[in-house]
Design a protein around this ligand. Structure first.
Ligand code: HPA
Length: 273
C-alpha cells in the first residue's frame, strides 16, 4: 500500500515546479500518447526525474507527465503508463494515480488499446468501459490499508462514473462517432490470450480484453475519484479471425483512431464540470 509520505513528497515536488493545479487526470494507452501533445503551455516532467516513479519501457509509450491546459481544464497527463507485465508491482503501477489524487485531481480518464471480444465490434471502434472483470487474480489494494487514502473494503459498484459515461455518450452523439459500450477484462499479458481463453472471457461477460487500466481504476475508486474509461479496440481478440496478433498492428490501428479518440476526449473535457 502506498505511503502518504512518498505521495506527498512527489506532490510537493511537482507543485514547487509548476503553478498548475490539475483537476483532471489522463492516462494514455499504447499508441494514444499524442493526445498529450495537444496540451497548451505544457510543463513536462520525465518519470526519471520523479522520485518513487517506476520506469516504463513498453514500445509506443513515452515516459513523462505533461501538465497544462486542454479545453479550458487544467490536466495532468501520463504519456506512457506502467504495466504489471513489465514486472512492476501493482503499487508501482498505480502510484501515479495516488499522486494525481494528492495534486487535487477528482476525475480520471483512463484510456487503453485492447482487443475486441464482442464479435459485433470492429477494429478501430472506441468503447466506453461500463464495468470491468479482474481476471489477474491479484489486487492493487492487497496489503495493509492506508486509511488516509481510502477505506479497507471499497465499493466497486460504480467504478466508471455514470455521469461521465453519460457525458461521453452525449459527446459521441454530437460528434457523430460510434462509441461502443462494454465490460473490459484485465489479462496480465504480456502474451496475448489463446482462442480458448477468449471463449472463456466472452462466456464470463467481457466485451474487450487488455493488459492495463483495471489496477488504476481500482485505486482511483479507493481514492473516491470519478473514472471515465475509454478503450480503443485495435484488433479482434485471438481466435475470432483466422490470423495471428501482433503489437505492430495494435499500434497501427491505435494510430488510425487517434483523431477520433482525441476529438472525443477533448469534447468530454470541454463539457466536464
Ligand atoms: N489482448 C490483450 N491486450 C491487447 C489486445 C488483445 O487482443 N490488443 C491490444 N491490447
Amino acid at each position: 500500500m502506498h505511503q502518504s509520505q512518498e505521495i506527498n513528497e512527489v506532490r510537493d515536488l511537482i507543485r514547487s515546479q509548476t503553478n498548475y493545479r490539475p483537476t483532471v487526470g489522463l492516462i494514455l494507452g499504447s499508441g494514444l500518447g499524442t493526445l498529450a501533445d495537444e496540451i497548451e503551455n505544457p510543463y513536462r516532467i520525465p518519470y526519471s526525474d520523479i522520485p518513487h516513479f517506476a520506469k516504463s519501457e513498453a514500445a509506443g509509450h513515452a515516459n513523462e507527465l505533461v501538465i497544462g491546459e486542454l479545453q479550458g481544464k487544467t490536466i495532468v497527463a501520463m504519456k506512457g503508463r506502467f504495466h504489471y507485465y513489465e514486472g512492476f508491482s501493482l503499487d508501482e503501477v498505480t502510484f501515479p494515480v495516488r499522486v494525481m489524487k494528492a495534486l487535487g485531481v477528482e476525475s480520471l480518464i483512463l484510456t487503453n488499446a485492447c482487443g475486441a471480444v464482442n464479435t459485433a465490434f470492429h477494429p478501430g471502434d472506441l468503447m466506453l468501459i461500463t464495468d470491468h472483470l479482474n481476471l489477474v487474480g491479484t489486487n492493487p489494494l492487497i496489503g495493509p490499508n492506508n486509511d488516509e487514502l481510502g477505506t479497507r473494503f471499497p465499493d466497486l459498484s460504480q467504478v466508471y462514473h455514470p455521469g461521465l459515461r453519460q457525458l461521453a455518450l452525449q459527446v459521441a452523439e454530437e460528434q457523430n462517432l460510434t462509441l461502443q459500450q462494454g465490460v473490459y477484462a484485465w489479462w496480465s499479458g504480456p502474451a496475448y490470450e489463446t482462442p480458448a481463453e477468449i471463449r472463456m472471457i466472452r462466456t464470463l461477460g467481457a466485451d474487450a480484453v487488455g493488459m492495463s487500466t483495471v489496477p488504476e481504476a481500482i485505486v482511483a475508486a479507493h481514492g473516491r475519484m470519478k473514472v471515465l474509461g475509454i478503450s480503443c479496440l485495435t484488433n479482434m481478440a485471438c481466435g475470432i479471425l483466422d490470423q495471428p496478433l501482433n503489437h505492430e498492428e495494435v499500434l497501427e490501428v491505435a494510430g488510425k483512431v487517434r483523431t477520433t479518440f482525441v476529438q472525443l476526449v477533448k469534447g468530454v473535457l470541454e463539457k466536464m464540470e
